[in-house]
Design a protein around this ligand. Structure first.
Ligand SMILES: Cc1ncc(COP(=O)(O)O)c(C=O)c1O
Length: 367
């Protein structure tokens, strides 16, 4: 039976918005191409998995699945507060940092407000601002790096928030310590500064600002972090934000009552205790990042210097084509075509073996 035509129109803010396209899941690629093995280097996930301590904690927590979780994840907030040296009241725990972005725009963006952000950066800033009727004010990157002066200059009376993704996804670049601190001090008090540090733990460069301690001095500063990346809990959906308690209180009004589940809370708490796993991941990622960057260089390809768990490589030809060719050989990356740099691919750092297979296959594809 044919479905009847639907006559109710959605809010006009949704006109022209697309549906988020994630990196292709392994299962989908295997099914579509009939491949037995697929290496996924497309979504900046942790190739080493996640902490065994988190697994044990989840096994225990299985007993309690019939009961709703604690809505604000207070045990996790307490553990994070200790680790970060902040007050638990300064923290909000989200269903991924994605949810916190959504809560921020839902709570603060009014129709006609502007939000300053880079181009190219994490696309959810743009989407969430538009959903609420706001307008992104786009400031192009300079050589893949946030143009903080340009972003300051773009702030006007209508500006409600600014987004700084540090390290930036998809380029992996960071802004220098002094530059970011000066920027934060110059943004007017009525403008929220959202610093997205999803890849914070991977940074090995010394000239990188830890913004969490600044939250105490800047009531308009929000820092976002996640358990999806270095902690390897992407599927559980858990992240957090550090900010002035008064902002937390507003976001709490908007958040779903049970936004993070028991498994995620238990796994995140346990993950914070596994310093050894964290260090192993940092080291493995740094080695992989260096390997892929230096191999790209040997192939005559340039790349953005990355401090994340991915590298964006400039190919001098269509990223879509190279993406398709790699896909046929069982490797998924992100084409720069969907990320705003059409002649690039972004490859996530894998295990040593995955990185070697990627480089070998990239050579085949480019030849
Ligand atoms: C810069 C950045 N921010 C936020 C997120 C969202 O992470 P999650 O919602 O899994 O915490 C991602 C995920 O890729 C990201 O790259």
């Amino acid at each position: 039976m044919a479905l009847l035509e639907q006559k109710i129109t959605a809010r006009k803010e949704l006109d022209g918005l697309g549906v988020y396209k994630p990196g292709k899941p392994i299962e989908e690629v295997k099914r579509e191409l009939g491949l037995e093995r697929v290496i996924k280097l497309a979504s900046n996930e942790n190739p080493l998995g996640y902490s065994k301590m988190a697994k044990e904690a989840m096994m225990k927590e299985l007993e309690n699945i019939a009961f709703y979780p604690e809505g604000t994840a207070p045990v996790l907030a307490e553990a994070l507060a200790k680790k970060l040296n902040v007050q638990p009241e300064q923290l909000i725990i989200g269903n991924g940092s994605d949810e916190i972005l959504h809560l921020i725009t839902r709570s603060y963006i009014r129709t006609g407000d502007e939000a300053v952000m880079a181009n190219v950066t994490f696309p959810r800033y743009d989407t969430n601002v538009r959903i609420e009727g706001g307008t992104p004010a786009i400031v192009p990157l300079i050589d893949g790096v946030h143009d903080l002066d340009g972003m300051l200059a773009a702030i006007n009376d209508r500006t409600r928030m600014v987004f700084v993704c540090n390290p930036n996804n998809p380029t992996g670049t960071i802004v220098g310590k002094q530059a970011l601190e000066a920027f934060i001090s110059k943004v007017p008090e009525h403008v929220l500064i959202v610093v997205d540090e999803a890849y914070f733990e991977y940074v090995t460069e010394e000239d990188y600002l830890n913004t969490v301690p600044l939250v105490a001095s800047y009531p308009n500063l929000i820092v976002l972090r996640t358990f999806s990346k270095i902690y390897g809990l992407a599927a559980l959906r858990i992240g957090y934000g550090v900010m002035n308690p008064s902002i937390v209180q507003e976001l709490m009004k908007v958040k779903e009552p049970f936004n993070t589940n028991r498994m995620a809370q238990a796994a995140a708490i346990a993950s914070l205790q596994d310093e050894e796993f964290l260090q192993t991941c940092i080291q493995s990622n740094e080695e992989g990042r260096k390997y892929i960057s230096s191999e790209a260089e040997k192939m005559g390809l340039s790349y953005f210097p990355s401090q994340g768990n991915f590298v964006m490589i400039q190919l001098g030809r269509s990223g879509d084509e190279v993406f398709e060719a790699l896909l046929k050989k069982g490797i998924t990356v992100r084409s720069g075509g969907v990320l705003g740099y059409p002649e690039t691919i972004r490859v996530s750092i894998g295990t040593e073996e995955e990185n070697e297979t990627f480089i070998k296959t990239l050579k085949e594809v480019l030849n």
